[in-house]
Design a protein around this ligand. Structure first.
Ligand SMILES: [Fe+2]
Length: 383
């Protein structure tokens, strides 16, 4: 099936505007959402690269907030909130990778909800405290991986919890996602690979997760079909427009499917990425084969389904073939192969990482329960 160049518009569960060049429609989408003065939440890199100017040159009322770090903190969100209030903004735009989009969700929440972000941590019952009373939000991803543009979660590092905490609510899903594959054309091969492996891990983990959710299962399998088609081609040649389109679509679908819940890969990568500038998708890429090996006794037949999206057939060892396929994929991509090769991680702290992961919300939906000792063992295997 040939992907159209777009624009294509559909709604599930949010309004999605997809296609080459659709970012130029941001002004129209703001009017449609009734936003006169948006706060554009982004990072310095996107301003320096000229991408911000390219998309927002015609949006004169846009207020720029470029203070989001990778792995955003509560302090980033409070600085954005102060600007939102000082400039009288009436909506937010998350523009960038997962970090700016997540930070935009948190700023949107704080704009109308009392207290601090820790009050809304999902593991502290925060979901029930989030209401529909939120300013409108648009999301414009500039990477193909996080799926945050259609996701209900904001992952923010909070001093009160000492980890990357999830703030989660269906109300936080952006009202509009503007997915323009052209914005990802200049991403480096390693960032393309790392973010692409995040998308792959969303589709994989959500399909294997223990929650019953057939629509998300279907979407996860479809996500993998696009990712299988676009991942290596987009890493090899960033200008391959068809591959970039496939990855933007795979990422979008992966983001929709992860409403079903994730698993051990994300529980561990949240724990490992909680304090550093370690790239989330890269951690997932390294952890995936080890996690599949651990989950295999509880997820054998589902792993066979996943393998079929990559052209693997059904055989007595299909699940094993899927693990090998993910290992080979990692070996061919310009990414570190082991956790020990990743800057900012400390082998002496494996026990702490494992302990932190046991408190992560993603562990609840892993197909096979995992104790702290088992998580520690998995980390040692991947080190
Ligand atoms: Fe992820």
């Amino acid at each position: 099936m040939q992907l159209p160049e777009g624009p294509v518009v559909f709604t599930f569960p949010t309004r999605v505007v997809f296609g080459d060049g659709v970012a130029r429609q941001v002004g129209e989408e703001l009017s449609r959402s009734g936003v006169a003065r948006p706060l554009v939440v982004t990072d310095r890199g996107l301003v320096e690269s000229g991408l911000f100017d390219r998309v927002f040159a015609g949006v004169r009322q846009a207020v720029l907030f470029d203070g989001v770090q990778s792995n955003p903190t509560e302090a980033d969100c409070l600085a954005g909130l102060a600007l939102f209030r000082a400039r009288g903004c009436d909506g937010v735009i998350g523009f960038g990778g997962g970090s700016p989009i997540d930070a935009a969700k948190a700023i949107r929440l704080l704009a109308t909800h009392p207290g601090e972000l820790a009050d809304y941590d999902v593991t502290r019952g925060g979901m029930g405290r989030i209401t529909a009373n939120l300013p409108p939000m648009l999301a414009i991803p500039t990477t193909a991986g996080t799926g945050s543009e259609v996701g209900r979660a904001a992952l923010i590092q909070l001093p009160q919890t000492g980890r990357k905490s999830a703030i989660l609510s269906p109300y936080l899903i952006p009202n509009v996602a503007i997915c323009d594959p052209e914005l990802t054309r200049d991403l480096s091969p390693s960032l393309t690979a790392g973010t692409g492996m995040d998308a792959l891990s969303h589709a994989t983990e959500s399909y294997l997760s223990s929650t019953f959710h057939p629509p998300c299962d279907g979407i996860a399998l479809e996500a993998l079909r696009y990712i299988a088609r676009g991942l290596e081609s987009s890493v090899r040649d960033g200008r391959d427009a068809e591959a970039r389109r496939a990855m933007m679509m795979g990422s979008l679908l992966g983001g929709m499917s992860l409403q079903k819940g994730l698993g051990i890969v994300h529980a561990l990568s949240h724990a490992l990425g909680a304090e550093g500038r370690v790239h989330h998708g890269t951690l997932n890429a390294i952890l995936l084969p080890h996690a599949l090996r651990y989950n295999r006794p509880a997820a054998e037949s589902r792993m066979v389904d996943l393998g079929m999206q990559f052209g693997l057939g059904r055989s007595a060892d299909s699940a094993g073939h899927l693990i090998v396929l993910y290992e080979l994929l990692l070996n061919r991509l310009p990414l570190p192969k082991r956790l020990g090769e990743v800057d900012g991680l400390d082998a002496a702290r494996i026990g702490q990482y494992a302990e932190r992961a046991t408190r992560d919300h993603c562990l609840r939906t892993n197909p096979r329960p995992a104790s702290t000792a088992e998580l520690e063992e998995l980390l040692r295997e991947a080190w």
